[in-house]
Design a protein around this ligand. Structure first.
Ligand code: AMP
Length: 111
């Protein structure tokens, strides 16, 4: 998806501040942070949103879930963290490439 901003970050065509990379997932800093720590956990494969996940993504989604606390600990979020997944226009999703917001380290915005 050449017009997808997150695919372009993953491909190195747009700069990203990566804090974690593995075979399936990258994690980089949100460009407009809403907390002291605001990261985006993003699969390398282009899946538009939660609504497009199928059984073939079960391994990937399990990996993303388990990675969250690992990354949070590495960022010093020992006291806890917030995760947010926006899905589709009705859920406020602006970038149509599945991602999990990982926030913490201070006051958090309300819902
Ligand atoms: P969402 O509304 O859930 O789709 O969130 C998209 C997030 O991507 C927003 O928090 C944006 O600040 C963030 N974002 C958009 N473009 C970039 C970029 N080039 N680098 C890092 N984060 C970005």
């Amino acid at each position: 998806m050449t017009d997808c901003v997150f695919c372009n970050i993953i491909a190195g065509k747009i700069p990203g501040q990566f804090v974690h990379q593995d075979e399936q997932v990258v994690v980089f800093k949100d460009i407009h942070p809403k907390a002291r720590v605001h990261l985006l956990v993003v699969p390398r494969v282009h899946v538009e949103s939660l609504a497009e996940l199928t059984g073939q993504h079960d391994g990937l989604t399990a990996h993303m879930m388990r990675l969250l606390s690992q990354v949070a600990r590495a960022q010093g979020l020992d006291n806890g963290f917030r995760t947010v997944i926006n899905t589709g226009p009705g859920g406020g999703q602006e970038v149509p490439h599945l991602h999990i917001h990982l926030l913490g380290g201070g006051p958090l915005p309300g819902f």
